[in-house]
Design a binder for this molecule. Structure first.
Ligand SMILES: Cc1ncc(COP(=O)(O)O)c(C=O)c1O
Length: 343
């Protein structure tokens, strides 16, 4: 897909193709020369064989890339698989604490597994962690707490000190989901060697712009990785994904090249949305923006769909909110002009 970030007159914007602003994907396709390298690498694979070799090579490359030894890394079929594996492996050790709102998959999977889930609300509107509440709830019991940093759907980054405090004052295993780290440039990877109860999650879906290949990984103390690895299917990465993953690590700089544009575009979109009367826009350090509407979100969401604009509704607890992914300028303009008309 070409970069169509040029401004169009509003009448042409209204006629633009469907705007996919609901899944926090990258609007940019893979550059042609990286595609070529992927094709060359894929052509060397023996697809009649199980993917041992491709998986091993990817693990080695990821170890070199991150600087962590292989026994501290576990890769999976997108972060969603990693989330499932870690909830299966660690979720029964105690309660699973979820500061909410958070990425819906955590609630969905933990509930489906019949785990003991405790939802603790973020502080309303500032969307910060309520640390005294979490510390009190956790007591000195073992268990899991899952924190997205930056958080989805609120878009903010919790202070690193808050997470360190949880590690110090509780016995919880702390999962920090860094799916959007590339937009905030905030990471707690360097804290992993000092904390044997800290797990960091990363994905290729957002900053690499490769949601389609399904690739994610976790980094943690070797003992934790060993426990989670016991529930991992032997060949959870297929040879194509593992091979594309290696190319992505090699070509990271080029794949990350659109990030400043996405961030500039996010800031443009936030300013435009803030200019619509009665719409509250929350600061974001991600590739999406949370907004609060003066009315119920559901009918508006439906009307937007009818004009080919897809955004995310946030369920019963957030009936007046929408989450909007940052798209190309054309898509963002289409959204803004539709909201101006509909509100
Ligand atoms: C916070 C968070 N974690 C994980 C994921 C899922 O990542 P993946 O595409 O690697 O399964 C998402 C996707 O939107 C997300 O927002």
């Amino acid at each position: 897909m070409s970069n169509t970030n040029s401004a169009l007159p509003p009448n042409q914007v209204a006629a633009a193709v469907p705007a996919r602003l609901h899944a926090n994907e990258s609007p940019y396709g893979v550059p042609a020369d990286i595609w070529q390298e992927i094709e060359e690498q894929l052509a060397t694979l023996e697809l009649n064989r199980y993917p041992n070799r491709a998986m091993r090579l990817f693990h080695q490359a990821l170890s070199e890339h991150t600087g962590f030894p292989e026994e501290m890394i576990l890769a999976g079929n997108g972060l969603e698989e990693i989330i499932l594996l870690l909830l299966v492996a660690l979720g029964r050790k105690g309660r699973v604490i979820l500061p909410t709102p958070t990425f819906f998959v955590y609630q969905q999977v933990a509930t489906a597994l019949d785990l003991s889930v405790v939802e603790l609300p973020l502080i309303a509107e500032s969307w910060q962690l309520n640390i005294p509440l979490i510390v009190e709830e956790a007591g000195q019991e073992e268990g899991l707490i899952i924190i997205c940093r930056p958080n989805n759907p609120t878009g903010n980054v919790f202070p690193r000190e808050d997470i360190l405090r949880l590690l110090k004052e509780t016995k919880l295993t702390v999962v920090v989901d860094e799916a959007y780290y590339g937009f905030s440039e905030e990471t707690m990877l360097e804290d992993v060697p000092h904390h044997d109860r800290l797990i960091i999650l990363r994905t290729f879906s957002k900053t690499y712009g490769l949601a389609g290949i399904r690739l994610g990984y976790l980094i943690a103390h070797p003992q934790l990785v060993e426990i989670i690895d016991k529930v991992r299917p032997t060949f959870n990465l297929n040879a194509l994904t593992a091979t594309i993953g290696r190319v992505a690590l090699r070509r990271q700089q080029e794949l990350f090249a659109p990030l400043p544009t996405v961030i500039a575009e996010r800031n443009w979109l936030a300013a435009e949305l803030a200019g619509i009367p009665e719409v509250t826009v929350y600061p974001s350090e991600t590739n999406f923006i949370l907004i609060k509407l003066p009315c119920a979100a559901a009918p508006l969401w439906q009307e937007l769909r009818q004009v080919g604009i897809y955004v995310r509704q946030l369920g019963e607890e957030m009936p007046n909110y929408l989450r909007i992914s940052v798209g190309l300028r054309l898509e963002n303009e289409k959204l803004v002009s539709a909201l101006r008309q509909l509100l």
